[in-house]
Design a protein around this ligand. Structure first.
Ligand code: MN
Length: 767
């Protein structure tokens, strides 16, 4: 990677830089922003000088990155000169000796504020190096709640990094792709940046599953001719009709993204060939008068339903009630000439721009006073609320934040007819907290559509909902399971923390006395060792566990602490196995080591010996997953049960053992976002081990079909069945099957053979 990919002379390289900048400027001049060329030119010269001599990993001059980011900001998001300047300068403070003050002196306070928000920091409230990402994110969002443009620039930065991710080391790639899927893509969605969201997802997917990505792309390519024939059969009559009623429009086929095709295949257990709704038709019409848009949408709708059979439940009117991210359109699904359902999206040019560019486009259309703007403000207020009351643990913070980024929403009515927007999945308890924290704390039940319901009741769009409270009610820890909104979770945890205070104070006393009795000096090293030993998420958590007598400080700890203090040794010790622990507290990072719910299947996994590596694992190198007579140098995560051949990554757990997660595993997403420095890229070596895989087989019940199935699996293919669950209802049966296999190939083969049995409609692995 030291060799430069191009052999440009310095003069040629300079020309490349100047050309790229000129291209940026031309794009800006073609936009309808005010023409503040002078300051943009100055920002470019400043950044070019500051980054001179520095290269990216790809070998390009560093300045090409800020130029590319500025181009995305200008062209793809549609922002103006202030944002373009901040994009050009965004890495100056982080990577060169210039400070935020220098930026302020040269470019004024606004640009300096943006650059400050975009500059990464080390350390912070979570005080844990592993969680710097969470801290950076918090800082970014704090600036965002002052001015949303800063987060739009960050999106552009992330997008360009994702586009050029190929030149990074694999462990970094997983970390960045993971963060992107976990935080940035949902945030882009929340901000209405649909095109960017889709591209971020596709790029993350491409880097995590290069083979599947390529396969799907190839299949799309192969089926292109047939699909475009189907599309033109479908769209021609619509176009003729619209032409005849004199509407000016653009119509195009919109292909589903590779990532969403994959998701559909996975969640519905379908092969590619059976994902029919690859295409949606999008009609974007021209209209100068905003007051006429709605009527035109519905006249197009009626033109289409004159031609094709309408799907009775799939019309979505995002015009009367726009989505909270500002999205407006009319969607309908009709049956195409080939008998498959096809979605049609109808939008005006203005709506289309909002859908593609998100809130940035709102400013262009100067929607300042309307509902959308107040929705945005309401959302920003929740974000600010979370930031003002940060969770003590980085992972909780990320999870809380993430909950808030999910975009699908429901609308409920109060008894007074007031309209409230809540994330979908919200319960009566969420509603209570949404109305007021005090109402949340005192909530005992709800009334939905005049019927009494428990506080865990999940609300649906259109419900009329009311909260019942009682003065004697107090917040309960298990309420957390009934909450989906970030604000409510944060408030509940705060209240619980407050209630835990006496226990914490008690624990603190115990701890201080123990330190004094054993003559141990309190230091960061001592604290972090003890926190690690008990898997406590922070001091308060440790004190609470002590105060509640869930744990005791055993004598051998004294010896270890004194010894490590003497040797200055700060390696994580293998104390866990000897620690006395009551209760069943489980840390997210090590859950796989403790709770295995599939007891009947884990028995033989447990006999697998796992070797602790002798030396520190170098995360920059690819870690080979080996299995010898002595044992394995890795451990399979129990959350996602990866098997040989899956796309996986390693996470170095607290015991120093490499834990293997599937790249899609939700738990791995959190690890990638929160503990990026402990991720290691892995490669499967030859493994004599047998892996546990979970399959789902569905079909139409007929006499003898199950015998045939079982015979195929056990006798024919020599595969070991560990567990089998069959459920039949009417003519349909569903079979859950756990088998021991050598690798992914064996699973695919089994599925293929099972599908060939008469009556079986689907057979696929469950992740
Ligand atoms: Mn950057």
């Amino acid at each position: 990677m030291d060799s430069k990919p191009t052999a440009l002379t310095p003069a040629q390289e300079d020309k490349m830089i100047e050309d790229a900048f000129k291209d940026l400027l031309d794009g800006y001049l073609n936009s309808n922003h005010r023409k503040k060329v002078e300051i943009i030119e100055r920002a470019f010269r400043f950044a070019k000088e500051a980054h001179s001599g520095i290269r990216r990993r790809s070998g390009e001059p560093y300045i090409m990155h800020p130029i590319a980011v500025a181009k995305i900001v200008s062209k793809e998001i549609g922002l103006g000169s202030t944002s373009i300047c901040a994009a050009l300068l965004h890495d100056v403070v982080e990577d060169t000796e210039y400070t935020v003050d220098d930026i302020e002196q040269n470019f004024g306070p606004k640009i300096a504020q943006f650059v400050e928000g975009l500059t990464k920091i080390s350390g912070g409230i979570f005080g844990d190096k592993a969680s710097v990402q969470a801290e950076n994110f918090r800082k970014l969002l704090l600036t965002m709640s002052e001015d949303i443009r800063v987060v739009l620039i960050k999106m552009a930065d992330r997008l360009h990094n994702m586009r050029t991710l190929g030149s990074m080391a694999p462990n970094k790639r997983y970390k960045i792709a993971g963060e992107t899927l976990y935080i940035y893509a949902p945030l882009a969605h929340r901000l209405g940046l649909f095109a960017i969201k889709t591209e971020l997802e596709d790029l993350s997917f491409k880097h995590e599953h290069p083979d599947i990505y390529r396969q799907i792309s190839e299949k799309i390519h192969e089926s292109e001719a047939r699909r475009s024939a189907v599309y033109s059969d479908f769209s021609e009559p619509i176009k003729r009709k619209l032409d005849s009623i004199g509407i000016k429009y653009d119509a195009k086929a919109r292909l589903k993204s590779i990532y969403s095709i994959y998701n559909k295949m996975e969640t519905k257990h379908l092969p590619f060939e059976e994902v029919y709704d690859l295409y949606a038709m999008r009609i974007v019409f021209e209209c100068d008068d905003q007051s006429k848009e709605k009527a035109i949408c519905w006249s197009i709708y009626s033109a289409i339903t004159d031609l094709y059979q309408l799907h009775p439940t799939r019309t979505r009117d995002w015009i009367a009630t726009p989505k909270a991210n500002g999205y407006q359109a009319l969607h309908l699904t009709v049956m195409g000439p080939d008998g498959n359902w096809i979605e049609v999206q109808i939008r005006s040019r203005r709506m289309d721009e909002i859908a593609e560019k998100g809130f940035a486009a709102h400013w262009k259309y100067k929607i300042g006073e309307g509902d959308e703007e107040s929705e945005l403000n309401a959302w920003l207020r929740t974000i600010k609320d979370i930031l003002d009351n940060p969770e003590p643990s980085a992972i909780d913070f990320l999870n809380t934040l993430k909950l808030n980024l999910f975009a699908s929403e429901i609308v409920v009515f109060t008894p007074a007819g007031e309209l409230l927007t809540l994330p979908s999945g919200s319960t009566v308890l969420d509603l209570a907290f949404n109305l007021h924290s005090e109402i949340g704390m005192r909530c005992i039940a709800g009334k939905v559509n005049h019927k009494l319901v428990p506080l865990s009741h999940v609300l649906r769009s259109g419900d009329q909902a009311e909260v019942l409270t009682s003065k004697t009610q107090t917040p309960q820890p298990e309420w957390e399971n009934h909450l989906v909104t970030a604000k409510a979770k944060t408030r509940l945890r705060q209240a619980l923390r407050k209630m835990r205070q006496p226990m914490i104070a008690e624990g603190r006393k115990i701890f201080e006395k123990w330190l004094a009795d054993n003559d141990i000096q309190e230091s960061n090293a001592v604290i972090s060792k003890i926190l690690g030993t008990f898997h406590a998420s922070g001091r308060d958590d440790l004190y609470y566990q002590l105060g509640a007598q869930e744990i005791v400080l055993a004598d051998f700890l004294v010896k270890t602490l004194k010894k490590s203090a003497a040797h200055g040794d700060d390696r994580k010790t293998g104390l866990l196995s000897t620690i006395i622990k009551f209760g069943k507290k489980v840390m997210p990072t090590t859950s796989s080591s403790s709770n295995t719910e599939t007891a009947d299947t884990s028995a033989d996994d447990a006999t697998e010996k796992i070797l602790t590596p002798e030396k520190k694992i170098n995360t920059k190198e690819i870690y080979r997953l080996k299995h010898t007579a002595d044992g394995a140098n890795y451990k399979l995560a129990q959350c996602c049960h990866p098997i040989h051949g899956d796309d996986v990554m390693g996470f170095i757990n607290d015991e120093g053992i490499v834990e293997i997660h599937s790249l899609d595993c939700p738990e791995a997403q959190v690890l990638k976002a929160g503990y990026g420095s402990r991720i290691v890229a892995t490669e499967w070596d030859t493994a004599p081990e047998r892996f546990l895989a979970h399959l789902k087989i569905e079909g139409i019940d007929r006499h003898g079909i199950l015998q045939e199935l079982i015979q195929l699996i056990s006798t024919h293919m020599g595969i070991d069945i560990r567990k089998l669950e069959i459920e039949a209802s009417g003519e349909v049966f569903e079979c859950d099957l756990w088998v021991k296999v050598a690798d992914v190939e064996a699973v695919s083969d089994l599925c293929r053979q099972a599908r060939s049995i008469d009556g079986v409609t689907s057979a696929a692995r469950v992740h």
